[in-house]
Design a protein around this ligand. Structure first.
Ligand SMILES: Cc1cc2nc3c(=O)[nH]c(=O)nc-3n(C[C@H](O)[C@H](O)[C@H](O)COP(=O)(O)OP(=O)(O)OC[C@H]3O[C@@H](n4cnc5c(N)ncnc54)[C@H](O)[C@@H]3O)c2cc1C
Length: 445
């Protein structure tokens, strides 16, 4: 356990075990130290709101866990405003475009020009996690690793509790609110009574085989390749490490993919007829990730608020998973600030509704990118549609603008726009409040 500032209450007997139980209290109990839980704690700390983060893995494990790596403009702005952007600004790779490759040719989508000056930054999720953990510990915030047997109680009351075991001790943590930031397989979502929520989901008939290769990237931007052998993605995590993905079947056996087969397939799908050739390097890590769309509604029940993968999953094609998690906790931190600061509960009550508008936009974009770029088994009609859509995206400014606007990320708080406000002269939507404006108005910095 790290840190000990949370308030200890008297030791009471555990209701079901004979062990004595330590009772403690905090304002917000956070389950999960992924990007959502860690950033929420950071934002709350900036508003002088006390929290305790409970994580069932070790620090070393979560700092090494390689997952997402594309940060939207709004995510970058928020991390900087929260005081955890120093290394990100030094080491992050700023990209102004992506390439769509199909039919033997590459087509660049100029994200920055089409989105009014925004960009994306490539910076590994594990680096974001490291920066947030460092900041949390420097601020002497509570962050308990390797907790066991986490359960939630009384979430419909104004004094919800989290029970867990840490270092052989049974602990009961009283909270005013609980943030469920424990990912898709966590315990928070299943703590909501059946019938109190609805699930919307879609499965895809493919998965991604991802590798990390120890080799400096030889391209400056990501390549999304639509190919008759299946989708492939050329990406990177740092100036020394390349990240590559191949479309495979959902039940793919990694043992059937020795290094030579992986490289052979990547060459075939990514190089097409272009002059550029993929450079091979030692494979550091490999894994198969399933593809799924999933949303739970509402994202709250009583005093439990779900954020990030605990509430929704997107297929990774649109690079939205971590960005959505970060947008959720921004909204939650604002609502909790009002709740603790002025007693206003309306923002907390509206938390799910506020988040879901943005969540569904990202769900649609991720589904759309996935459907356009992957090979669906034996579906010639779908293939014709995909080629038509790809041709349209690279030849129509309107279509390319839509892709760019979604890819760089929409503002964290977005107002609905009446149809008559759409500027007919340019066929583009009038600028919505930018993230900087939202942040500035929200007093985070
Ligand atoms: C295997 C995998 C690969 C991915 N790859 C990509 C990718 O290539 N590109 C992309 O754009 N997105 C990717 N994503 C999506 C992206 O990484 C997630 O959207 C992002 O991690 C969401 O952050 P989060 O904080 O909500 O959840 P998480 O990062 O999952 O964090 C949840 C935390 O809760 C902890 N936890 C779980 N259960 C408990 C418990 N009972 N008690 C205490 N703690 C608990 C977990 O250990 C974890 O640290 C991937 C996701 C996964 C799962």
């Amino acid at each position: 356990m790290i840190g000990s500032a949370y308030r200890a209450l008297p030791i009471v007997p555990h209701p079901t075990l004979s062990l004595p139980m330590i009772s403690k209290r905090t304002q917000v109990g956070i389950v999960g130290a992924g990007p959502a839980g860690l950033l929420l704690a950071r934002l709350l700390h900036r508003h002088s709101i006390e929290s305790v983060i409970l994580e069932n893995r070790s620090r070393d494990y979560i700092e090494q866990r390689v997952r997402a790596g594309v940060l939207e403009q709004g995510t970058v702005d928020l991390l900087i405003a929260a005081g955890v952007g120093e290394r990100l600004q030094k080491e992050g790779l700023v990209h102004h475009g992506i390439e769509l490759r199909f039919g033997g040719a590459g087509h660049r989508i100029d994200l920055t020009r089409l989105s009014g000056g925004k960009s994306i930054t490539v910076y590994g999720q594990q680096e974001v996690v490291k920066d947030l953990i460092k900041a949390r510990l420097a601020a002497c915030g509570e962050l308990v690793f390797e907790v066991e047997s986490v359960t939630l109680h009384d979430i419909e009351s104004s004094a919800p509790r989290i029970l867990f075991r840490s270092n052989g001790e049974e602990v009961e943590l009283y909270c005013d609110a609980i943030a469920g930031c424990d990912g898709f397989h966590g315990v928070c979502r299943p703590s909501i009574p059946a019938g109190a929520f609805s699930i919307f989901e879609r499965a895809y008939p493919f998965a991604w085989l991802g590798i990390l290769a120890q080799d400096p990237p030889t391209r400056d931007e990501l390549i999304y390749a639509y190919h008759e052998r299946g989708f492939a993605l050329y990406s990177m995590r740092s100036p020394q490490v390349t990240r590559l993905y191949l479309q495979v079947t959902p039940d793919e056996d990694l043992a059937a993919w020795p290094d030579e087969r992986i490289w052979q397939e990547l060459h075939a799908r990514l190089e097409a007829d272009s002059a550029w050739s993929l450079r091979e390097g030692p494979i550091l890590e490999r894994g198969v990730t399933g593809m799924r769309s999933f949303v739970v509604e509402p994202m709250q029940h009583g005093r439990l608020f779900l954020a990030g993968d605990a509430a929704h999953i997107v297929p990774p094609t649109g690079a939205k998973g971590m960005n959505l998690a970060i947008a959720d906790v921004f909204v939650l931190s604002q609502a909790l600030r009002e709740f603790f600061g002025s007693g206003r509960a309306d923002l907390l009550d509206a938390y799910s509704q506020t988040c879901l508008r943005r969540v569904w936009r990202a769900e649609h974009f991720s589904w759309w990118m996935t459907s356009m770029l992957h090979r669906f088994p034996e579906d010639a009609f779908q293939q014709k549609l995909q080629r038509s859509q790809l041709d349209y995206v690279v030849s129509s400014r309107a279509a390319a603008t839509s892709l760019a606007e979604n890819y760089v990320g929409l503002p964290l708080a977005r107002r609905l726009q009446p149809a008559e406000e759409i500027d007919e002269a340019t066929t583009q939507l009038r600028p919505l409040p930018s993230i900087k404006e939202v942040l500035w108005n929200s007093d985070i910095a």
